[in-house]
Write a protein that binds this ligand. Structure first.
Ligand code: NDP
Ligand code: CA
Length: 318
């Protein structure tokens, strides 16, 4: 009794011969915490029935299984221990979870624990080297936002990869905090890349490719976006590749209707090291028509955010 979901097309970018035969598929998705969706979000056009966990969990898992990413980065996970960790472990994924210190989920009656960020990787493709949970700081003060940073070795190529997942502070008025949190994450990543570098002592090594997936809660004109785009780590945002000119972010990654009005904006990103990684393919976004007049979430789409899926491959070393 729900409409079949629309097919999203994988847009291939690389010219035939340079396309990797076994790219690394990455998915970024804020899956909407169950406690927030039912308890605090007020999605006024979405029937409560569509928000039940018994429905949503299958839609979320169906989407993950449709694309079968090698690396899966999720935000607002409040069913890690009872659902995602065990189900995805059965499918060959290893994972790390970092709950928010003061998750707003805990304010909701009947909650299932705190929400947080989770990072899953396909164990047949990657070997774990290291994983750290980070509480992001702003002007040295710990905040309520977190990140998981995992360093992996690709079993196909032997190359290392550092992957981060984060969810920055929401709402307008907090642009300065998002910027500070983003800077803190960049600082951590800079340190990690140096720690894992195998280059000659003292020489800065930017060889370990980085992937940073997140709900930044920031539109592309915000300070935190600029910090990432201009950081010395050499990052670029993968979804720009979907645009005609290759320089423009999508029109939306989230689209919802609250009592305060409609919110259609781009807040989610997959950042990657442009010197060491190549984007081979990007999954296109559903159209306004496919999303429908009541926007997200709905019986067809379990979250108010859309998933981002990209295929990457390592660039050849010079
Ligand atoms: P954020 O402002 O970052 O938002 C938390 C969640 O609310 C996000 O998942 C966000 O989703 C969602 N959200 C955003 N906009 C709206 C909206 N207009 N209506 C409903 N939900 C929305 O929260 P914080 O991490 O700063 O935590 C705030 C809560 O944490 C407080 O309500 C408090 O309960 C608790 N807290 C308690 C402390 C304590 O000392 N006890 C200290 C700090 C926090 P999205 O990202 O998708 O937009
Ligand atoms: Ca949310």
């Amino acid at each position: 009794d729900r409409p079949a979901r629309f097919h999203r097309k994988l847009i291939c970018l690389s010219d035939g011969d340079s396309t990797s035969s076994s790219p690394i598929r990455v998915m970024q998705w804020n899956i909407l915490a169950q406690a927030l969706g039912e308890g605090l979000d007020s999605f006024v056009q979405c029937p409560l029935e569509a928000l039940s966990w018994s429905r949503r969990k299958y839609l979320i898992l169906e989407e993950i299984l449709t694309y079968r990413p090698h690396i899966l980065c999720l935000q607002e996970v409040d069913h890690y221990y009872d659902t995602f960790q065990p189900v995805l472990a059965g499918l060959g994924y290893s994972s790390h979870f970092c709950p928010k210190p003061w998750s707003p989920c805990l304010d909701v009656e009947g909650n299932n624990g705190p929400d947080g960020c989770a990072l899953f990787f396909d164990q047949s493709r990657f070997e774990l080297l290291d994983s750290v949970n980070i509480r992001l700081s702003a002007i040295r003060i710990p905040t309520n936002q977190v990140a998981v940073v995992t360093t992996l070795r690709c079993r196909t190529t032997g190359r290392c990869l550092c992957v981060a997942v984060t969810h920055l502070k929401a709402r307008s008025g907090w642009e300065w905090l998002r910027s500070a949190q983003g800077s803190d994450l960049l600082r951590h990543l800079q340190n990690l890349v140096q720690k894992h570098s195998s280059g000659p002592a003292g020489e800065p090594n930017t060889d370990i490719p980085l992937l940073i997936c997140g709900d930044f809660n920031a539109v592309p004109t915000e300070e935190v976006y600029r910090r990432f785009a201009t950081s010395p780590l050499g990052l670029d945002s993968a979804y720009k590749k979907l645009s005609q000119d290759g320089l423009t972010e999508p029109e939306y990654t989230t689209w919802k209707i609250r009592p305060t009005g409609e919110c259609c904006s781009t807040l989610d990103y997959i950042w990657y090291s442009q010197d060491t990684l190549r984007v081979d393919a990007v999954l296109d976004m559903p159209t306004e028509e496919e999303i429908g007049p009541n926007r997200l979430p709905s019986f067809s789409y379990p979250s108010d955010h859309l998933s981002l899926v990209c295929d990457f491959s390592f660039k050849e070393k010079d």
